[in-house]
Ligand binder design. Structure first.
Ligand SMILES: [Fe+2]
Ligand SMILES: [Fe+2]
Length: 162
């Protein structure tokens, strides 16, 4: 399994987003390192990753909502889908009578493949959009007027988005 490590190629020049992504990569790496160890420690590590991901996705979803994206835009939709799978994997591994770690083990490897693609596509497009509208994550205010034409953004702005 390839370990995903933080590198400049993952940085999107958005300090707050990059800090969150670096934490995500570190938590994923420590979960991956726990794959060979006892299952309770593996579950605890994965649950910490899930908890961090809730806040990570929520932060980006809030930024999108504040800068003119429709609630059902495809970036937020992908967040929901990925988080849903992660939560299901944690739930199955935490079953008291018959814990099933197989989905969690598979998810750890898949997240390491998924994350760089998501960051370089959807998160990069969001970072660019936030920069273009002059969004300040601290105040939640934009330098440029948002949605002046009344049109909510339903795509993610990424290259894969039609
Ligand atoms: Fe992200
Ligand atoms: Fe994202």
């Amino acid at each position: 399994m390839t370990t995903l490590a933080w590198s400049d190629s993952l940085a999107l020049q958005h300090p707050q987003m990059d800090a969150t992504h670096e934490e995500f990569v570190a938590l994923l790496a420590s979960t991956e390192a726990s794959l060979a160890g006892p299952e309770p420690a593996l579950l605890a590590s994965f649950e910490a990753l899930v908890e961090h991901t809730v806040a990570h996705f929520d932060q980006e979803d809030r930024w999108m909502a504040a800068t003119g994206f429709a609630p059902e835009n495809c970036h937020a939709f992908q967040h929901q889908a990925v988080l849903g799978v992660m939560q299901e994997c944690a739930k199955r591994a935490a079953l008291a009578d018959a814990p099933d770690f197989e989905p969690l083990r598979v998810a750890v490897g898949e997240l390491a493949v998924w994350f760089p693609q998501h960051a370089q596509m959807m998160d990069a497009a969001l970072a660019q959009h936030l920069e273009a509208v002059g969004f300040d994550p601290v105040s939640g205010q934009c330098r440029e007027a948002i949605g002046a034409d009344g049109e909510a953004i339903s795509g993610c702005g990424g290259g894969s988005c039609g």
